[in-house]
Design a protein around this ligand. Structure first.
Ligand SMILES: *Cc1c(COP(=O)(O)O)cnc(C)c1O
Length: 230
């Protein structure tokens, strides 16, 4: 087995252990493999080991990689910032985008989603720990934005996403619980015809805390592919 294959097994083990600890079913948590900065061969190895969903931050890099991997049935998630001049590429090439934090971006993505493709699956990025100059809608505005995004014809609103600052295990658990509380609050509010089903939180360093808090999708890069060159 390749190193990437072994690493994937280890990450699945960590998710399973965290689910067991939290008395959650293991199939409640999806693994998104974050392949940014790694080449198509790394993605092929992960796919050969059973991984189908990949996350990318840099749109141009991602689109080039996708072209080299078009022979594989992969699902692509945009997890990086989406500037206005990149919305068309995202709408054309990705299956999911986790980083919608304003209506204008959502509107452009909906307008530009090609009619032949399924609706673009969307999460709203929330600035859950209130970092200054950080991407993400403030928590108090998440429900209103969710309602507006849910009304756009070529998008399917799926949930919330957050990227908290690195923190101690206790702090990570507290901030992930705040994301889960917001997710539950929006679902209880009755504002949405379709409940949110995706909470995209947890990375290599804090996936246990995220699963414990109620993550449904962890985004894991370095624990699968190794550390990234800076
Ligand atoms: C890079 C990245 C990840 C993966 O981070 P690791 O620490 O390598 O697991 C997850 N989410 C986002 C938004 C990222 O940019």
């Amino acid at each position: 087995m390749t190193t990437i294959g072994t690493n994937l097994q280890d990450v699945h083990q960590r998710i399973a252990a965290a689910c067991a600890h939290a008395q959650r079913r293991v199939n409640e948590v999806t693994l998104l493999a974050v392949s940014k900065t790694f080449g198509p061969q790394a993605v092929r190895e992960a796919h050969a080991a059973g991984q189908a969903a990949f996350g990318e931050n840099y749109i141009q890099e991602a689109v080039e990689k996708m072209a080299l991997l078009a022979d594989l049935p992969l699902q692509w998630h945009c997890i990086g910032p989406v500037q206005s001049n990149k919305t068309r590429l995202v709408a054309t090439h990705f299956d999911w985008v986790h980083t919608v934090d304003r209506l204008k971006t959502a509107q452009r993505l909906s307008d530009q989603r090609p009619p032949a493709l399924a609706p673009l699956q969307v999460c709203i990025q929330v600035n859950i720990d209130g970092g200054a100059n950080k991407a993400g809608v403030v928590p108090q505005e998440a429900a209103a934005l969710a309602q507006q995004v849910a009304a756009l014809p070529r998008l399917q609103l799926r949930g919330l996403m957050a990227i908290p600052e690195p923190a101690s295990a206790d702090e990570a658990l507290a901030v992930h619980r705040a994301s889960r509380a917001l997710f539950d609050q929006i679902n209880r509010s009755g504002l949405l015809a379709q409940p949110l089903d995706t909470l995209s939180i947890g990375m290599s360093a804090d996936l246990e805390a995220a699963v414990r808090a109620g993550s449904t999708m962890v985004r894991v890069g370095s624990a699968i592919f190794g550390s990234r060159a800076r």
